[in-house]
Design a binder for this molecule. Structure first.
Ligand SMILES: Cc1cc2nc3c(=O)[nH]c(=O)nc-3n(C[C@H](O)[C@H](O)[C@H](O)COP(=O)(O)O)c2cc1C
Length: 386
């Protein structure tokens, strides 16, 4: 079973991740992981922290000379600001009280409910872990999953389609080309003219002390048919992907393929008809289903979209109540992102990649990459001749 856990507070010494169940013989380097960590930090609209943190992953176990051993892979991403937080976030009780408690919960964050749930009088004990800083660890984990998938010809790519009210035109090109264009865009959007409008929208929101959300899309190419299952509904690939995407901070909606639009159309405009030729085998001319039917990948590209709410920490303060004085106050901000949809797209790639890697490991087993590839190739041959 392929699984992972992360740990670490936003201003603690480091973020930690352990991935268990990786096949032996997979090529993994710190540089590969570092590339995705940098991609997560980019994007127009990010706040001051991104300038402090230059994330790097350190592999501390499970890899020898660039190849996985089959043992748990341990990863560490240091928080570069730790020097300023050593006492404030110390595990040592001797440093208790070295900073004032945060008693003013911010709307739109885990602060108030987290304090109620875990019986904390200091919102810092909540926000340090609920913060999206945690996504750096998940992006590192996702980079390893992507490396595994790439060896099997599967790519996971994300880009932004909407920011606020600015929507990119419908994309028709190949995923690889869209991805290249997105990499060149400051807002990770493959549509150049929409990118400029998105940047302007972010500037306007920032000037107004406001924030913006948006929509990103993740596409998975090269997936074989048959990942996930219909036999038990908690094994459906769309359910697992939606859960993973929804687990990203600030994601409020997920759709697969045509998604919500399918609800507004008659069936004749929604379902992807099946064709066959001796050369191509079974194929579809459309992909409204977003590559998943009956809880299983059907061999078309998997297409998922996610809606991100606007960043809740606003320079234009929102109303809240101090939990000690019970007095109303306006939540103030030192630094925050105005828009983090481009970064969220990178996190989306990471969590989707891990779900697909899990499904591949489940279907093709694999104590080693050699074994996994052999099983995978055998299945592809079987599908071709079906
Ligand atoms: C990549 C990324 C960066 C984020 N940056 C910020 C930020 O700078 N300030 C902020 O208030 N919220 C930020 N958020 C959103 C909050 O983490 C999120 O809204 C909060 O944890 C509440 O979670 P929920 O909306 O899922 O309930 C960010 C989210 C992501 C995915």
């Amino acid at each position: 079973m392929l699984r992972y856990l992360t740990a670490g507070e936003s201003h603690g010494p480091e973020l930690v991740a352990i991935i268990e169940g990786l096949p032996a013989g997979l090529t993994v380097t710190e540089e590969m992981i570092g590339r995705d960590l940098v991609r997560r930090q980019q994007g127009y609209g990010r706040g001051g922290r991104m300038k402090i943190e230059k994330d790097r992953a350190r592999i501390v176990s499970g890899v020898r000379w660039g190849r996985t051993l089959g043992s748990p892979l341990g990863l560490v991403v240091e928080n570069k600001d730790w020097a300023n937080w050593q006492e404030k976030m110390s595990a040592d009780p001797a440093h208790a009280g070295s900073m004032n408690a945060v008693t003013r919960p911010r709307p739109g964050h885990a602060d108030l409910t987290g304090m109620l749930k875990y019986c904390h009088a200091d919102a810092r004990n909540v926000l340090e872990r609920s913060s999206a800083r945690e996504t750096a660890a998940r992006v590192a984990v996702g980079a390893v999953a992507k490396a595994l998938l790439l060896e099997l010809g599967i790519k996971v790519m994300g880009w932004v389609t909407e920011i606020g009210t600015v929507a990119a035109g419908g994309f028709t090109g190949k995923a690889d080309i869209l991805c290249k264009k997105a990499e060149a865009s400051e807002v990770r959007c493959p549509d150049e003219s929409a990118s400029w409008s998105m940047i302007e929208a972010i500037d306007r929101a920032k000037d107004a002390g406001d924030s913006l959300g948006g929509v990103f899309e993740v596409t998975v190419t090269g997936c074989p048919p048959g990942l996930g299952s219909y036999v038990q509904r908690d094994r459906t690939l769309d359910g697992l992907l939606a859960g993973a995407i929804m687990s990203i901070q600030a994601i409020k909606g997920v759709e697969v393929g045509m998604g919500f639009d399918a609800a507004r159309r008659p069936g004749s405009q929604v379902h992807d008809e099946i064709f066959h030729t001796s050369k191509k085998g079974f194929f579809r001319k459309t992909n409204h289903a977003g590559g998943i039917e009956g809880g299983m990948s059907n061999g078309s590209d998997i297409v998922i979209r996610a809606a991100m709410k606007p960043i809740p920490t606003l320079y234009k303060p929102l109303q809240s109540v101090d939990i000690v004085s019970r007095k109303a106050f306006k939540a103030s901000v030192e630094r925050s992102d105005t828009c983090a949809v481009p970064a969220a797209a990178v996190v989306g790639e990471a969590v989707a990649a891990f779900v697909i890697a899990q499904a591949m490991a489940e279907k093709f087993g694999g104590d080693s990459m050699t074994e996994m590839k052999r099983n995978f190739e055998g299945y592809i041959d079987y599908i071709k001749n079906f």
